[in-house]
Design a protein around this ligand. Structure first.
Ligand code: ADP
Ligand code: MG
Length: 266
């Protein structure tokens, strides 16, 4: 069944949480790879100046000629900034440290919150025939993250199964409400995914309980376990789905991808 609520074109999901180290980049890379495994064509936009998503997918810093910075601030065609990865049907717009100055430079730009929105809606996007665009956001609720939320159809929130996990969530939800009022009325919450979950740890269980009782259906059934294979994969420049396809981490991201595909047609 086709999704009548959404116009044709890729579904754009911003992966956001202003806390660092909660699994945004890990989720962006592995969810992208898992969606590709399900037969989808995916573009990952690296919106973090640290460029970890680009590195994690094996894009050498020296090869990052055009980046998210140029996509936002220079008038550059999409096919110049989109790079193929070594995986079929998986594309990336890489980032470098240059992007760290973008947040300030954006301030003086006209339509400063809409730059990514407009860039991703160039007609050229059609030539890639994408099903999904994932945006790996920086650990901040700055103008870059706002650009991601204005550009996106939905926000996916990784929540680390740690003490204080839910702290900061109200601020994130407030930003989402502000974005709805200031230009993206239709912005939805794709869901909250618990990351680095350790089922033997009471704290993980407590965080899960609190998240599910506070957020209900918004929390994905799938939880991403803490799994050493997940943390090793980026140093081999691979998604865990390629590095160790049968690992618990790979299987969890596969299951998350299936939930997201289902979300789309529900
Ligand atoms: P963020 O992008 O939110 O800053 P990352 O995705 O970079 O967070 O993750 C932070 C650290 O946690 C990284 O070193 C990453 O390898 C590790 N990590 C993330 N998810 C897992 C997991 N499921 N199991 C083990 N380590 C993980
Ligand atoms: Mg990151």
């Amino acid at each position: 069944m086709s999704d009548l609520s959404r116009p044709a074109g890729p579904k754009i999901i911003a992966v956001a949480n202003q806390k660092g180290g909660v699994g945004k980049t890990t989720t962006s890379i592995n969810l992208a790879a898992a969606l590709v495994e399900q037969g989808k064509r995916v573009l990952l936009v690296d919106l973090d100046p640290q460029g970890n998503a680009s590195t994690g997918l094996g894009i050498d810093v020296d090869d990052r000629e055009y980046t998210t910075y140029e996509l936002l601030l220079d008038d550059i065609a999409l096919d110049k900034v989109v790079m193929k990865t070594s995986y079929d049907d998986l594309y990336i717009v890489p980032a470098t440290v240059d992007l760290s100055s973008a947040d300030v430079e954006l301030l003086s730009a006209e339509k400063r919150s809409f730059l990514l929105h407009d860039a991703l809606r160039q007609t050229q996007i059609d030539t890639f025939n994408l099903d999904y665009i994932l945006i790996d956001c920086p650990p901040s609720l700055n103008l870059l993250t706002v650009n991601a939320m204005i550009a996106a159809h939905s926000v996916l929130v990784p929540l680390q199964s740690e003490f204080f996990a839910l702290e900061g969530l109200s601020q994130l939800m407030m930003t989402i409400r502000e974005v709805r009022q200031s230009g993206n009325k239709e912005l939805r919450i794709e869901g909250v995914v618990l990351t680095m979950y350790d089922k033997r740890n009471n704290l993980s269980q407590q965080v899960e309980h609190d998240a599910r009782s506070n957020l209900g259906e918004l929390v994905f059934k799938t939880v991403i376990p803490r799994n050493v294979r997940v943390s090793e994969a980026p140093s081999f420049a691979m998604p865990v789905l390629s590095y160790d396809p049968q690992s618990k981490g790979a299987m969890a991201y596969r299951s998350l991808a299936k939930e997201i595909i289902k979300n789309n047609v529900a």
